[in-house]
Design a protein around this ligand. Structure first.
Ligand code: NDP
Length: 333
């Protein structure tokens, strides 16, 4: 068997901020598909904050990775060998093949993509897991209604950018929080949010209050920490928090505890954490709506790609430290 696959594996558990040295780039045997499986040459790899949480020893909603494991991740690629009746060689598929050049998957674990309908990379972003997450959080958890104010943290990122656009499509006022002036300009000028507040600028809390004069009805929370505390301070009575992520804390050795818990009580807030992996049933509806909005131009989103599997670790660190503008990807081959 030839040593002709390339993989990124976890070399050691990170302590605090993840580092490119926490990964190994290794050659591995080319995987061989069994009955009902296909061999895929990956063309795009998705870098996502949850991958950092899997590297810790504590259990998340799945068991933690072990040292030496292949890094998990969403992928898009082209079928190069098929032992599944309805997926021909040459088909474009989205799946979960991880940080590697080639992978084998069961047919049932793959989504066949029409590369003419939208660029295949969108199957990892606006028309993939992060888009579905945003849709679910705004529509099902936030129950956002026309006329309400929806506040979205990490607003320029993969999930946040879609969450705010979905809120706008539903007739809400969408306000973002993002790090830096360039990201805030993108959120308002390209994505169409009504306002965006830079949490890194002095006077953040006052600017947030000015951007949400009628308070906040739905908080789509992606970052946690002090930004979430500031956002809680703006909630209206009976507000809903779609607690999607806590990215500001994923690399912390001393996590920040929420300080504004009192406000949750006084405002009678509903806080619902969710993990989109639990809600496979929501994907078809979300993808149908997101796809229609994408095709009619109401939904958009930038992608920010690094080139080559060997640069995936650096791209990962870059995304977790806010270097990405839009969905962080790795372009392969
Ligand atoms: P993004 O594209 O938003 O990239 C991560 C962003 O996090 C960075 O660009 C940075 O933006 C922001 N960030 C990093 N550190 C901090 C900090 N200390 N304070 C504030 N912001 C910070 O990633 P995704 O859109 O893929 O993910 C966003 C969130 O959604 C994550 O928490 C992720 O875990 C969660 N998620 C949850 C899912 C679920 O099923 N519940 C599914 C998918 C994602 P900036 O420059 O603005 O600081």
């Amino acid at each position: 068997m030839g040593a002709d696959n390339l993989q990124v594996r976890m070399r050691r558990r990170p302590v605090g901020m993840v580092d490119a040295d926490d990964f190994d780039l290794v050659r591995a045997p080319m995987p061989v598909p069994g009955p009902g499986q296909v061999l895929v040459r990956n063309t795009w790899l998705s870098l996502d904050p949850y991958q950092r949480t899997r590297m810790d020893a504590e259990r998340t909603y799945v068991d933690p990775m072990q040292v030496g494991d292949l890094m998990p991740g969403g992928t898009v690629g082209v079928v190069v060998e098929s032992r599944a009746d309805d997926v021909p060689v040459g088909a474009t598929v989205a799946g979960w093949l991880g940080w590697q050049a080639f992978g084998v998957a069961d047919r049932a674990a793959l989504r066949v993509i029409d590369p003419q309908a939208a660029p295949p990379s969108t199957a990892l972003g606006v028309l993939g897991m992060t888009g579905v997450t945003a849709h679910y959080g705004v529509v099902e958890i936030g129950r956002a209604k026309a006329g309400e104010t929806v506040l979205v943290t990490a607003a320029s990122g993969a999930v946040g950018s879609v969450a705010g656009q979905v809120a706008k499509i539903l007739g809400c006022r969408a306000v973002g929080v993002a790090g830096g002036e360039r990201k805030c300009r993108y959120v308002v000028e390209e994505l169409g949010f009504d306002a965006c507040v830079d949490y890194k600028a002095p006077g953040f809390e006052a600017a947030l209050a000015a951007a949400t004069p009628g308070g906040v009805d739905v908080l789509f929370e992606n970052v946690g920490g002090p930004v979430m505390d500031a956002a809680i301070g703006r909630l209206n009575d009976f507000a809903r928090i779609a607690f999607c992520g806590n990215v500001s804390q994923y690399n912390e050795t001393e996590p920040y505890g929420l300080r504004r818990v009192r406000d949750l009580l006084m405002r009678r807030v509903t806080l619902q954490a969710f993990v989109i992996a639990d809600r496979r049933d929501h994907w078809p509806k979300a993808l149908a709506e997101l796809g229609a909005w994408y095709r009619d131009g109401r939904l958009r989103g930038r992608e920010d790609a690094v080139d080559g599997l060997e640069n995936a670790p650096a791209g990962f660190v870059r995304m977790l430290t806010g270097g990405n503008l839009g969905k962080q990807l790795v372009r392969l081959h």
